[in-house]
Design a binder for this molecule. Sequence first.
Ligand code: UGA
Length: 435
Amino acid sequence: MRISMIGTGYVGLVSGTCFSEFGVDVVCVDKDAGKIERLNGGEIPIFEPGLDAMVASNVAGGRLSFTTDLAASVAASDAVFIAVGTPSRRGDGHADLSYVYAAAREIARAMTGYTVVVTKSTVPVGTGREVARIIREERPDADFDVVSNPEFLREGSAIQDFMRPDRVVIGTSSPRAQQVMRQLYRVLYLIETPILFTELETSELIKYAANTFLATKITFINEVADLCEKVGANVHDVARGIGLDNRIGRKFLHAGPGYGGSCFPKDTLALVRTAQECGAPLRIVETVVDINSTRKKAMAGRVLAACGGSLEGKTVAVLGLTFKPNTDDMRDAPSLDIVPALVTAGATVQAFDPEGMAEAKPLLPEITYCEDAYGAMTGADVVVLLTEWNEFRALDLDRAKALLKAPVMVDLRNVYTPADMVAAGFTYSSIGRPA
Ligand code: UGA
């Protein structure tokens, strides 16, 4: 089997590399010649644990290559995956599909023989049919099927998620296309991964429904955390107490500053818009979107409260800027709401993030970037734990206390235990747990 992966962003690069690990011949295609040159030189443009080694071994094995030549690659492929970006369109929250449709036209012009065209990018319901229409319009003679095959990769554990998924969803009613997809995922049949064949539209909706449900679960526990603070309950124990019920499940019940990242904010918003336009509004999701954006903004208030109601002239140490650990991704990170609010309130911010500082600098230019967590804490009035990187889980608290002007910590990820922090001499606040 031979495939083309159009787009070497996060999804394309991880999926292409993992397919080559499955033994498929993969050519990753991108318009950005500089990026392709760097990839051919062994440089991986994103931070994803394990990806560099997997790219290197599959390139060396001759199963994975990178090119800007879409036409040549598509002409020689059994299947072509569209993994280009679908950012939120400015103004209306809809997914911007112009890159997807442009790719579809280019693919149509280059196809030879029967080709399966697969949408891997997260695309609204109806996009697959439109891709098929565009291909037919461009090439009335083309022999092809369009398949939806959404990804469920989490940044930071994307390789594991691809190689050992909970399920694979494949949207097509064409037996011929199903056969090609079965071949591509052959390795997963061996480990008995559930592979779900559905209609095109159903598969497209599954992706949005999954992300939206997870975002709702997080938002639910975040609101419960606020309630816990009022009634003296502990959200950690509440989450465990409800999560042990298999019908609820334990995952995605970790209270925090609100969800961020390249997927949940964009996908919740896009599904809200689609549902409204179809006359079947998803009011729960509308509320989730609203609560989450309010929540991120409100987090700075917790820092303000920890500093006695004013941040004027205070120095705040911020540990972690990316939307979650093990990524350098800053897209829709809570830090992008919280840090500017701290600065507006009069604080000087000193920050450190293990991987995200290069991405963060142009987005948050008004702060000082430090070499490590201790540098950020030096002379600060309060330390805010914003992203739960492993290295922040085991801070030398005595050293931190000696460096801070005052031993105050606002832990927005519930990394530490309140009793331990009080014993260590800190004034400590977290999310939804008694002080
Ligand atoms: C998410 C989904 O988890 C993936 O299944 C999906 O494939 C991906 O979006 C996508 O559509 O491409 P990702 O955005 O990488 O993956 O990150 P998550 O680990 O899901 O975290 C998203 C946000 O939720 C982060 O800001 C995280 O801090 C927050 N979160 C997550 C919580 O606040 N609490 C939790 O319990 C879990």
